[in-house]
Design a protein around this ligand. Structure first.
Ligand code: 5GP
Ligand code: ZN
Length: 121
């Protein structure tokens, strides 16, 4: 990992979005997290939520991330509420590693909604 600033990977697209160096359609932001519309949406509403700190995935969290991960889930719920998804419902997914097909190696949650979603299997 190429680290110039602590907690930021200069080669990571999501770190770049978090620091506003790369443009994204931001839907919600909190002190330590940012939520933006997925560039290639897989549902009528498809938001990606990330911690501003670079963490590879849930497989890479440490004890020091306990509060941050908790905040992330709380902010996922706030973002979904703000987007009007509460009544009809939505799905939250986080991909971890190769078996899940994780493409961007920066911890993120997908919020999918705005339409009836397919079954998981
Ligand atoms: P993953 O497969 O890693 O769980 O999902 C990564 C998601 O990030 C994909 O749905 C992909 O479309 C989205 N994504 C990748 N690069 C960008 C980007 O530069 N901007 C935005 N808004 N979304 C991105
Ligand atoms: Zn990153």
């Amino acid at each position: 990992m190429n680290e110039e600033v602590e907690g930021v990977d200069s080669d990571c697209i999501f770190c770049s979005i978090a620091s506003k160096r790369t443009e994204a359609d931001i839907a919600h932001e909190s002190k330590n997290a940012i939520f933006f519309h997925d560039i290639s949406p897989k549902a009528a509403v498809h938001i990606v939520g990330i911690p501003k700190k670079h963490i590879v995935s849930l497989a890479g969290i440490g004890e020091e991330d306990r509060e941050l991960v908790s905040e992330m889930i709380f902010e996922v719920a706030r973002a979904a509420r703000k987007l009007g998804l509460n009544e009809e419902g939505y799905r939250v997914i986080t991909n971890v590693g190769n078996n899940a097909g994780q493409e961007v190696k920066h911890l993120h949650w997908h919020i999918l909604g705005g339409e009836r979603l397919g079954a998981l299997n």
